[in-house]
Design a protein around this ligand. Structure first.
Ligand code: ME8
Length: 668
């Protein structure tokens, strides 16, 4: 019999910044589901990737001073690296700049045109660049984008439209007739409710930017990013090849709650227009918050999953996210919860069970798995607690992974109780009884290893190696009396971590001071002219020489320096700060100075030349422009009369940058 197939996809992430822990969460859940189905013997295809076109990417690449393709090439690699570090074993990684993807997106667009559901018209709308989406007045909160809380742009342009409304009735019928099409249930109700309102046609092309797939018959238009992005689920399995026919329709699109509408309404309509079958389930997971707050760049609380893995390893992170965030709900991530879960449930419960069992087998039976003797009541009770893999599989097929994780850990705890109840260390005089107890422990560890493998794959592999038995499939996760073999010496599976204070712990995983410093481009400049600001009595207007160019800046130095003290001085300029008008005079950058107890002194890059770079060892100056908010996140101070960030000196090639102030001055 051919194997049953299971095709699961995640959202494809925007590579406009490095991956954050929300991205990691989704990939970890998908990986657990995929691994589970593989262990159940199914033929699994697990697709993930990056969503690389659109105005937002075009703009971010431009700000970073890079061509868009080079920009996404670099960041897409970071998403792959994140997967590899997390033990996320995808079968395919699709990029929307891949040739095969572009071909698929165009093919589907043409199919819809041929069906007569695409027409040319004029678009008027309120566009949020952050969401890559249009809003109506009704959607806005205080006149701003409901997600990004910033103003939307009124846009008017020629556009192609997709007749979304033509599919409304079919969509409603499909959702009503397929209770598993949208999960969790609450999301299904929400979508059905929204579908009571008539659907407006969807604008599916843009002329206002270039970074996208040009339309085949009208090249001044590029395809709207969502039409392009959604078709990744087809191109990722090589539409329209035999592989595509094998895996399509997808069994599960696992996505975040914010993009449910695109997946539950727009995507099925596009598929209907292309005469393609609909996915079986769109599962909308919740979002992670960080210590109770929404993650955002402006709050500076974006957690980098790569840093978490570097500090704790991938399995503790996978475990805490699968254990603590209930399936389908929002959940919180904190480093202290990770440490707690790791110490209690990985190290104390599971690690200790393995350690105790293997030590006893090595000590009493020279490592040979003993023979199973007569079973007593306490043994049979333990056996009765072994979860039925078919029941767990049923839960997994219904995306109830939290319940599965919970039942597995209840079982692990039950095994620990068995050790405490039977006290094998007191049975040294009864070799048969001791053998039976230890047999039961090893046999249960064999089964536990199978169950935990999708959750903590790297540790499960180590467990199998220590127990000396090959990793089984799900159908092997049942008690037998026939297991034979030799165990190896136990090694620590889960090191324990000390709980830290909240502040110290944040510095491990939150972006550190040097991340903010990395945004700066600091240059040495010579002051070649000083004038009084015409409209402000605390400000000077300074003319600067930067070697290859000259600039003008406005500086609040009149209370601290006389004109002749500044003329000819070498200073440090934040050269990539967005120019701003200060009381009517343009300032093209900002000069750095320290302040302590009311005394202000400028940073002095002694013996350097105008135009030289000022940086910290190992940090490459940023080529893109920054805002004043970016600058305000940088924390710099003074130590031994030298300017420092995170304890490291700011330097030119001629040496450290001095400041004539005591330690701990504030540099701005
Ligand atoms: O939406 N917690 O990309 P994206 C959990 N390119 N998940 C989160 C999260 C959080 N705090 N923040 C975001 C896009 N996500 C589109 C998708 S699919 C054809 C195109 C989830 O990088 C989010 O819900 O903004 C989404 O599922 C995924 O991360 C990618 O988000």
């Amino acid at each position: 019999m051919p194997k049953e197939k299971f095709y699961i996809t995640t959202a494809i992430d925007y590579p406009n910044a490095r991956p954050h822990i929300g991205h990691a969460y989704e990939k970890i859940v998908a990986d657990m589901i995929a691994r589970w189905h593989k262990q159940a013997g199914r033929d699994v295809f697990f697709l993930t990737g990056t969503d690389e076109h659109g105005q937002k990417i075009e703009k971010t690449a431009k700000d970073a001073g890079k061509p868009p393709k080079q920009f996404v090439d670099e960041l897409s690699e970071e998403f792959k690296r994140m997967c590899s570090l997390l033990g996320v074993e995808y079968s395919g990684f699709i990029r929307t700049t891949d040739k095969k993807h572009v071909k698929t997106a165009l093919d589907l667009f043409q199919k819809a045109e041929q069906k007569g559901v695409i027409y040319r018209g004029e678009y008027r709308g309120l566009y949020c660049v952050g969401c890559e989406a249009f809003y109506t007045d009704k959607d806005l909160v205080d006149g701003q984008c409901p997600t990004h809380k910033r103003p939307v742009e009124e846009v008017k342009e020629e556009s192609y439209f997709f007749k979304l409304g033509a599919f409304q009735e079919r969509l409603i019928t499909h959702i009503e007739q397929h209770p598993h099409f949208i999960l969790p249930e609450a999301k299904r109700h929400e979508i059905l409710n929204r579908l009571k309102e008539p659907l407006r046609d969807l604008s599916v092309s843009r002329t206002s930017f270039k970074w996208g797939i040009p339309l085949p018959n009208d090249k001044k238009h590029v395809m709207y990013v969502w039409f392009d992005a959604l078709t990744n689920y087809l191109s990722g399995v090589s539409y329209p090849s035999a592989k595509f026919r094998k895996y399509w329709p997808a069994d599960c699109h696992l996505i975040g709650k914010d993009i449910a509408w695109f997946h539950c309404v727009i995507w099925p309509a596009i598929l209907m227009a292309g005469d393609l079958p609909l996915p079986r389930t769109v599962y909308c997971h919740g979002h992670l918050t960080i210590a109770g707050q929404k993650m955002s760049k402006s709050l500076g609380n974006v957690v980098d999953p790569i840093k978490v893995v570097e500090s704790y390893g991938s399995d503790p992170l996978r475990f805490v996210l699968l254990r603590d965030v209930p399936a389908g709900s929002d959940g919180d991530f904190s480093e202290s919860a990770l440490i707690d879960r790791n110490n209690a449930e990985l190290a104390d419960a599971l690690g200790n069970l393995v350690q105790r069992s293997l030590t006893l087998v090595n000590k009493n039976f020279q490592g040979n798995i003993p023979v199973c003797g007569k079973l007593t009541e306490v043994d049979n009770e333990l056996i009765a607690h072994i979860p039925d893999w078919k029941a767990l599989d049923d839960l997994m097929q219904n995306y109830r992974w939290s319940q599965v994780v919970d039942q597995i850990w209840q079982y692990i705890n039950r095994c620990n109780k068995y050790v405490n109840d039977t006290e094998p260390w007191k049975q040294a005089n009864d070799a048969e009884r001791l053998g039976t107890i230890l047999y039961l422990l090893i046999e249960n560890l064999r089964i536990i290893t199978i169950f935990v493998a999708p959750i903590i794959p790297k540790s499960a592999e180590k467990m199998a190696q220590q127990i000396g038995l090959p990793m089984g499939k799900l159908r092997d996760a049942k008690f037998t009396k026939k297991t034979k073999g030799r165990v190896n010496a136990p090694e620590v599976l889960f090191p324990k971590f000390a709980q830290k204070t909240a502040v110290a712990s944040e510095s491990v995983i939150m972006p550190g001071p040097l991340d903010a410093f990395g945004k700066l481009n600091l240059k040495v400049a010579r002051i070649i002219g000083v004038e009084l600001h015409p409209n402000a009595d605390k400000l000077y207007v300074l003319r600067l020489d930067l070697g290859k160019e000259q600039r003008q800046i406005v500086a609040g130095m009149r209370e601290h320096y006389k004109i002749d003290e500044l003329e000819g001085k070498l200073i440090v300029l934040v050269s990539n700060l967005k120019p701003a008008l200060l009381r009517g005079v343009e300032s093209q950058g900002m000069m750095l100075a320290g302040e302590k107890d009311g005394t202000v002194r400028v940073l002095e890059p002694r013996n350097a030349e105008p135009g030289d770079s000022v940086t910290i060892e190992g940090i490459v100056p940023n080529q893109g422009q920054i805002t004043i908010e970016d600058f305000q996140k940088v924390v710099m101070t003074t130590k031994n009369q030298v300017a420092v960030c995170d304890g490291k000196p700011l330097k030119t090639h001629a040496g450290p940058v001095g400041v004539e102030l005591g330690d701990g001055a504030k540099i701005r």
